[in-house]
Structure formats: C-alpha cells, structure tokens
Design a binder for this molecule. Structure first.
Ligand code: LLP
Length: 393
C-alpha cells in the first residue's frame, strides 16, 4: 500500500472507477529486495498473482524468470519474452495433451504426481525430470492456500518417493530436480526455513539432483498488527543451509524460488466509488460500484485489505461494512470497519490488491473487467488494460 494518494486520485479522475492502479516503482523495489536477499537464487515470478503483460514485462526486465501453471500462462510468458530456460511449470490434474505440450515448450516441468511421471515416461517426454514434493509441511493465510500436508492435493508425498524412483528407473529417466511450495502468504520465517531444511534433507534421496526449487509463499502484512516476514532472517539462514548442503554433496546445484504475491501485492489498489448507503439493525452498509467479481479475496478467504477514502480524511468515524454490487450477500470488502463515514461519490482505495486481484477477476453478473492503469516512476499514468480471455486456453 505504497502509492501516493495523489496518483490514485489522478487515476480515478482520468479513468473513472472501478479501476486497478499499479505502481511500477513498488514492483521494481520488491524485485530488487528479493535479489538482494537471495543473490544466488533463480527467482521465478509466479505469474498467477498478476499476469498483466506490462507487469510481466517490468518483472522480466528486472532479470527475474517466471513460473506458469497452465498452457495459457506459458504462452503469455513466451509472448512477453521470458526465455524457456527461465520458465518453470507446475500443475496438478493435467491432461496428457497439456503435459505433452508443456514438455515441448522447453520449460522446466515439476511433475505433480506419479501419474504425471508415468505419462512422462510412457510418452518419452524427456530424459530428465523434476518432481514437486509434498513433504507434509504446509502454511499460509487460509486453509484454501495451504499446499503441503495430508489435506493438500499437490505434489508427490515422501512415502511415494521410492515408487517415483522405480518409475523413473523403468523408463530410464533421471530425476534432476525437486520442488515444493508449502502455501501462500507465509509470514512466519520459522516455518518457511523448516521447509527449506527438510527439502535439503529429502534432496539426499536423489543422487543426480542439480536443481532445488523452494516455491513461493513469501508473505506481506495486510491487516494492522500483522508483522512483516523477517526476510533478513530467512535470507541469512537460507544461505547457511544451502551452503552446507552444497558442500555435503560435492557437486554443483542450483536453487530457485517462485515468489508471486511478494512482488506485486503492495503495488496495486482497486479504486471504487461509493454509490449507495443503507443501515440494518446490525450493519451500516456502504455500497460500491465493484464486487467480488473484481476482487474476490475477502469473499473467498475473509482476507483483510486496508481501505482508504481518497475523497475525505476527516469526519465522523463509524463502523462501516463495505459491500459490492454483485447479487450475493457474501459480496463484501470489509465488515464493520472503523473509518470516516464515506459519502455518496467518494472514491475508496482498496489497498494491497496487486496480487490475486485482477488475475482472479471474472465477468460474473456480466460486469466488465476493471481497467488497469500503471503509474510509472515519473507519476505518468498509462492504461495497460488486459483481456485475459484472448490468451486463455
Ligand atoms: N508456486 C506455486 C507452485 C504456487 O502454487 C504458488 C501460489 C506460488 C508459487 C506463489 O505463491 P505466492 O508467493 O504468491 O504466495 N489466491 C490466493 C493465493 C493462491 C496462491 C496459489 N499458489 C490469495 O489470494 O491469497
């Protein structure tokens, strides 16, 4: 939530609402922060967080690669100019055709299951392969985004590693890489580091390993009182652990991470206008001209997003429920939030909406997708609106 109010104001005036506004400088600063903390790690941006081509271009120019999860994402990443050597691909529940096409793209594929490994071998999709593992460690801001442990559909469990090695052996495939992703918006350095430590132990079960990918998940604080991830500690201990690992195996190995949210979340705001007000015995509702079809995080995970009134900072404070214009009662952006009472016509900035905002938007209720505006370093505004359906497949 770093954009100046002035730039947001300008964007609302020039383009109207609802509109997503992203600040280029924030994206670049976040990329550089990760590069400073993890100098020997190949960073691959998880493009599901925000796949606007202009944003992808900004991240690519910072020297960061990309992580894709569908053929549509792979195609878009290629179009934006990411090299296949800097691209990785992970996906559960792939059809054989999807897996074959992904393999042919030349990206690093992290196979998600024994079934995918069997298909890989049977169809002779490559002599080398990487596996996504579920080591039983999961974390994240909501059950829906915890991707390790017995309730997660992702990855090959540690119990299945012997069988994976057998399948690889049967087809003469070498397992050269392993990957994990424990979940999303991890703010606890300790959990992330534990998963790193355990993955490095598991790595010893694979004698030909040359790539280890620790996934994404690095979190950012959304709600007041949430503490920042201690990136310094993660970086320091990560370095010690990976250096010791390298020494112990005696051959070269490369490390990767797949941050999504960390790079883009704080760069973006969704600007909406107040169009209605009503009270019930329980809530003071303020209705806005957007809904969960444009930012689903509160409706889906109960996620907190800071809301700032760009039109007024002073006035009577009240406990306000900010509701959207979609025909469902769960279409709420904030419940009973203490704020200066918004008036009709006010523009509200829903902050920290740069990740999993527009990328999860839909046309539900036949509303158009919001426009997307980029604020460049000089405060210049540029319409970078994107129609994802033109690329989706
Ligand atoms: N790598 C893999 C394999 C992933 O599945 C994900 C995210 C990432 C990397 C990037 O995770 P990040 O660094 O962004 O936490 N829609 C949810 C988040 C879903 C994340 C799914 N996977 C939300 O709005 O919180």
């Amino acid at each position: 939530m770093k954009e100046g109010r002035e730039a947001l104001h300008k964007a609302a005036l020039a383009y109207g609402t609802p509109v997503y506004v992203y600040e280029q400088q924030v994206i670049e600063a976040q990329c550089q922060k990760l590069q400073r903390h993890f100098p020997n790690v190949a960073l691959r941006y998880a493009m599901k967080a925000n796949s606007n081509p202009k944003i992808l271009g900004i991240i690519r120019k910072q020297g960061i690669g990309v992580e894709a999860v569908s053929l549509g994402e792979l195609a878009l990443a290629k179009l934006v100019g990411f090299k296949t050597k800097d691209t990785s691909f992970t996906c559960a529940s792939l059809t054989e055709t999807e897996l074959t096409t992904a393999a042919a793209s030349g990206a690093r594929i992290h196979l998600d299951s024994l079934t995918q490994l069997e298909v890989w071998g049977r169809k002779a999709l490559g002599r080398e392969v990487s596996l996504r593992l579920n080591q039983g460690i999961g974390a994240g801001h909501h059950a829906h985004v915890i991707t390790g442990g017995p309730h997660s559909k992702f990855g090959i469990t540690l119990d299945d590693i012997p069988e994976a090695l057998q399948i690889a052996d049967k087809y003469g495939i070498t397992i050269v890489g392993i990957q994990q992703h424990i979940g999303s918006n991890v703010l606890d350095a300790g959990v992330f580091l534990r998963s790193v430590r355990v993955l490095l132990q598991t790595a010893k079960k694979f004698p030909n390993l040359i790539h280890i990918d620790f996934g994404g998940g690095l979190g950012i604080p959304y709600a007041p009182g949430e503490t920042q991830l201690d990136l310094k500690r993660v970086a320091m201990e990560f370095k010690i652990l990976t250096n010791a690992f390298k020494k112990s195996i005696g051959h070269e190995v490369s490390f990767a991470m797949e941050p999504g949210r960390f790079i883009v979340a704080e760069s973006g705001s969704l600007l909406v206008s107040v169009v209605d007000q009503k009270n019930t015995s329980e809530h003071q509702f303020v209705g806005v001209n957007s809904g969960f079809n444009q930012l689903i995080r509160h409706a889906m995970y109960g996620s907190y997003h800071p809301i700032e009134n760009l039109s007024r900072t002073r006035g009577h404070k009240a406990s306000i429920t900010v509701a959207g214009n979609v025909c469902e009662s769960g279409d709420i952006f904030a419940v009973d939030r203490l704020m200066v009472r918004p008036e009709l016509g006010d523009v509200l900035a829903i902050r920290n909406a740069g990740a999993y905002g527009f990328s999860m938007a839909s046309n539900f209720n036949m509303h158009a997708l919001p426009r997307e505006i980029l604020v460049s370093g000089a405060g210049r505004l540029k319409d970078i609106s994107f129609v994802p359906s033109e690329y989706a497949c």
